[in-house]
Design a protein around this ligand. Sequence first.
Ligand SMILES: CNC(=O)COc1cccc(Nc2cc(Cl)ccn2)c1
Length: 338
Amino acid sequence: KEKLQKIKEEAMNRIAASDDLTKLNDVRVAVLGKKGELTAVLKSMKDVLPEERPAFGQLVNEVRSEIEDKLENAKKALEAKELELRLQNEVIDVTLPAKKNKVGHRHPNTIALEEVERIFIGMGYEVVEGPEVELDYYNFEALNIPANHPAKDEQDTFYINNEIVLRTQTSPVQVREMEKGKLPIRMIAPGRVFRADEVDATHSPSFHQIEGLVIDKHITFSDLKGTLEEFARELFGPDTKVKFRPHHFPFTEPSAEMDVTCFKCGGKGCRFCKGEGWIEILGCGMVHPRVLRMSGIDPEEYSGFAFGVGLERIALLKYEIDDMRLLYENDDRFLKQF
Ligand SMILES: CNC(=O)COc1cccc(Nc2cc(Cl)ccn2)c1
C-alpha cells in the first residue's frame, strides 16, 4: 500500500515537472509502460493472498487512472502551450511589403527604337529592313560615294571581299526601296550597322541607326525641317527647339546637322550639353539628284529628303548613360534600371 502511495506521489511530481511532451511521454512509459513501476506492481499480484487480490487490484487501478488523468491533463496543457508558441512564431505580418517578382526589362536601345518608330509610324511612314551584309554598290556607289572616298577605306569599313561589305549605314535599304520605283516613299530603315572604328565610350564596331527617306513631288527643305522639328519635339518634349547647321554628306545636297536644345537645362548650358545648351542629334539633307537618278528616279519630277540618327546616341542621351559599352555588357544591374 505504502509502495503504491510512493509510486503515485513520485509519478505526479515527475508529471508536473515535465515541461515538454517528450519528457511527459517518458514518465508515462516509466510508470505505465511494459516495464513501468506500476505494471511491475500489477505483476506482483501473484504474491498477494488470494482473498486480498480484489481490493489490491482495485487500489492499483485507482492509482493507474489517477496517473493517466494527470498525464492526459498535462499532455493537453503542453499541447496547448506548444500550439500557442507556434502561433506566435509563425504569425505572418500581412502588412509587410510583397517580394518584388523579377520581371524582364526592355533594353534602352529597344525603348529608343520603339519610341522613334512610334513617332514616324504616326506620321504615316513604313518601317523597312534589309540585309546587313551588303553589296558595296548599295552602301557606297548608289549613295554617290565614289570609289576613292575615305569612307570606303578599311579604317572605317569591314570588307567581306572586294564587292561585299558589312553595311556602314542603313541607306542601302532605302536605295533598294527607291529601285522598286513605287512612289511616293515615306519610310524609315532601322537596323544594325558596322564601323571599323576604335572602340571607346561613344563608338562601338556594331551599333544601330535609323534612317528616314521621303520621296515625292515638290518635297522641299522646309518639309525636312518641319518633319525633323516635330520628331525632336515628340522625342525630347514639346519645348524642344531645333537648329540646322550646314554640313556635307555625299548623298545629300544641301546637307545639315540638326541640334536640339538640351533637355536638361533648356538651352542655358550645363555639364550634360558641355555648356553649349545644344546637343547634336542627327544628320539630314535633300537627296542628291545623282542618288535619285542612279536608282531610276527622275530628279526633274521627284525630290526628297533623308536623315540618319544613331540609336545608341538617342538612348545614351535620353537615359544619361555616359558609356556606350554599358549597353552591350549585359550586366543585369545596369539593364534592370530601365
Ligand atoms: C547617323 N547618321 C548621320 O549622321 C547621317 O545620316 C544621314 C544623313 C543624311 C542622309 C542619310 N541617308 C540617305 C539615304 C539615301 Cl537612300 C539618300 C540620301 N541620304 C543619312
